[in-house]
Design a protein around this ligand. Structure first.
Ligand SMILES: [Zn+2]
Length: 660
């Protein structure tokens, strides 16, 4: 990119109803961070914001489950999630929460702006009351049969089986979850967002979005066929108050959680600006068409980001069918791109905390490096189609590609140069092979950068890893170790040249992989004698209770990410001292084949039985193979025929991994 652009990375807000699992970070977390890190390296100004979504039914259901007040649940999981995202290295400029005074103020401002311009109207609708007590029955306490999928345990606000949002009156055979009685429906007033008033404006907006992924654009355009007014207040006791006389203090009516959560992108930007000391610093990312705003989420959230949020922005800015005046914040820009991922499944099943098909992020990171997970999600994640996570594939990717491919290239080139030269050697007289490899590595900055700019991350990491493969092949072909013992000066010079070329390509590959693998790229930067910080990581900053609504102090994620690392090949400084490296990646052992999960944690088990029912011994031993590399043997089934030793097979099959 030639000139600097403002880039807003708006990342979906995880619910603070429990710890998040790896399927969640596959959809919103890692792709948005890869994107933001690349944009910063390309010289753009990036603002990456998100936070925990702390209102609505999921929090209340978790509160019921754990027997705690909703605020306590929100406080607890806000911290758990922020710590997980920090451990993954996600470079949020601000990761905050929806229970802050600032968020309440911005949400209420948006509501009032829409109301003034006539896009929010009161409508009479049917609400449920309990016949025995006469009190309002919140939606989540009504249960019945889903009219869409027929699931019998659907709640009055949504069906957990098919995921559709429902109204209590949609349910077949509605009943109270408290005492089983049939609720009585009475007329009551709620506020609705007049989506049909945005049909024309949304239509021309979406028609112009030719840069979107085709599946996202097609889905969004289809949504326009069925625009109906949508309720934005709800019978709930936990949420942002409706900022109107007669409503403000009512304990049973709040703004609906979806309305407050989508405003989070804007409120978090405003909060970030206030924290930087320049309260207007958010404006260049939101106004005047000076920025490109990219929204990252899973596909179940497309409707909110491609239809409802743009409608709210248009209405607040006075740009729907009824026109109007911009609200106090001014005219706001629409999303530049909605980048939606598909679903990650788990060994063939849908992730589900309630069905124990889940692996939580922190439990994963307790066992594996964050870059191992990041690599897997980048290379095998659900970018454009649903994708299945399997342990066998995770191990193969980690052991064969990260460890044996990239880690091995770093290790053998740096250790050989460190042992034989002690510094970055000089190159004298490049052969065609040398020049070809260097040219290919330099050209990758254009290819990979272009793919990253278009959020084609799978293709991008594939192209970066091709540079690694070419360099490994180059080293094997050139065999600098054969020249090590030679007394001839020209052989020594040739060895130095080969090592110089290899190290230069290692340095390039480190830069190309930095958006995906910030932790290990920073280590490679250090191994090559690079100075200064290379890939900055987020920090958890403690915030006093004064900015929260009723919570004690809490942590926000933030960081200073502009390290000066640039998206370009930088010539290595000849003579810079090198030390023998420590391995950059760890080979993974499959301790994790079996696990059970509760709503809040994963319990790992070393299985005594394989799925075929045969016993196997969870034992392994390491033997020296006459080199510094140790060989790990895998537990084998007792009574099974001893497997033939597999040498360099590309797909190790459980429970045997490759031995060398
Ligand atoms: Zn359903």
């Amino acid at each position: 990119m030639s000139e600097s652009t403002n880039v807003l990375t708006a990342v979906a807000w995880p619910y603070a109803s429990g710890p998040r699992h790896i399927g969640h970070v596959a959809g919103f977390g890692v792709p948005s961070d890869v994107f933001s890190r690349y944009q910063r390296m390309a010289g753009n100004r990036v603002l990456m914001v998100s936070g925990t979504d702390e209102h609505g039914t999921p929090i209340l259901v978790a509160a019921d489950r754990e027997g705690a007040p909703p605020r306590e649940i929100a406080d607890r999981y806000n911290r758990v999630i922020a710590e997980d995202l920090r451990a993954l290295g996600l470079s949020y400029d601000l990761f905050t929460r929806t229970t802050t005074k600032n968020h309440y103020a911005v949400v209420q401002d948006l509501f009032l702006g829409l109301l003034r311009n006539g896009y929010v109207c009161p409508q009479t609708t049917l609400g449920a009351i309990s016949p025995s007590t006469g009190r309002t029955l919140p939606d989540r306490y009504i249960e019945g049969t889903c009219p869409i999928c027929g699931y019998d345990g659907a709640r009055g606000d949504q069906c957990d089986n098919c995921g559709n949002q429902l109204d209590p009156t949609d349910l077949i055979n509605p009943r109270s979850r408290i005492n089983g009685e049939t609720p009585k429906f009475v007329e009551e007033e709620h506020f609705f967002l007049d989506l049909p008033a945005f049909a024309d404006a949304l239509g021309s907006y979406l028609q112009s979005r030719t840069n979107w992924r085709p599946n996202v654009l097609k889905f969004s355009l289809n949504l326009l066929d069925d625009l109906r007014p949508r309720a934005i207040s709800r019978d709930l006791d936990w949420g942002v108050p409706v900022p109107l006389d007669g409503w403000r203090d009512r304990p049973d009516k709040k703004l609906y959680v979806w309305f407050d959560a989508v405003v989070g992108y804007l409120s978090a930007s405003v909060e970030w600006a206030a924290r930087t000391g320049d309260p207007d610093a958010w404006r260049p990312f939101w106004q005047g068409g000076n920025a490109k705003a990219y929204y990252f989420m899973g596909k179940d959230n497309i409707v909110f980001h491609a239809e409802i949020w743009p409608a709210m922005l248009l209405g607040y800015s006075g740009q729907g069918a009824r026109d109007g005046q911009p609200g106090p914040l001014g005219t706001l820009d629409l999303p530049w791109e909605v980048v939606s991922s598909e679903y990650l499944t788990m060994e063939g099943k849908k992730f589900s905390s309630s069905r124990s098909v889940v692996i939580y992020v922190r439990d994963f990171l307790a066992r594996y490096d964050p870059d191992a997970l990041r690599y897997y999600l980048a290379v095998a994640g659900p970018e454009t189609q649903d994708t299945d996570f399997t342990w066998a594939e995770f191990l193969r990717r980690n052991n064969d590609e990260l460890v044996a491919g990239w880690g091995n290239l770093v290790n053998r080139s740096v250790s050989m140069a460190a042992r034989n030269v002690g510094a970055i050697p000089a190159a004298t007289g490049l052969t065609d092979a040398d020049a070809a490899l260097l040219a290919s590595s330099r050209a990758a900055f254009g290819t990979v950068g272009d793919l990253l700019g278009r959020s084609r991350q799978k293709a991008a990491i594939g192209a970066a890893m091709r540079v690694v493969a070419e360099a490994n092949k180059y080293l094997s072909d050139q065999a600098p170790w054969k020249l090590r013992e030679s007394a001839a000066a020209e052989d020594r010079d040739r060895m130095h040249t080969i090592l110089h070329v290899a190290l230069q390509v290692v340095d390039d590959a480190k830069t190309l992989l930095t958006p995906f693998l910030p932790h290990s790229s920073a280590r490679v930067h250090g191994l090559l004698g690079g100075s200064g910080e290379w890939a900055a990581l987020p920090r958890l900053e403690e915030i006093g209770a004064e900015t929260a609504v009723g919570s004690p102090s809490y942590g926000v994620l933030t960081g200073d990410y502009d390290t000066g690392a640039r998206w370009e090949s930088v010539p290595l400084q000849v003579g810079r001292p090198l030390a023998p490296p420590t391995p950059v990646f760890r080979k993974s052992r499959c301790r994790s084949r079996s696990w059970t999960a509760t709503a809040t944690s994963t319990r790992w088990e070393c299985p005594r039985r394989t799925t075929s029912g045969r016993r196997w011994r969870p034992r392994r031993r390491s033997v020296s193979a006459g080199s510094s590399r140790s060989v790990t043997r895998w537990p084998r089934r007792v009574g099974a025929r001893r497997p033939r030793r597999r040498i360099r097979t590309s797909t190790p099959r459980w429970p045997y991994t490759r031995t060398r």
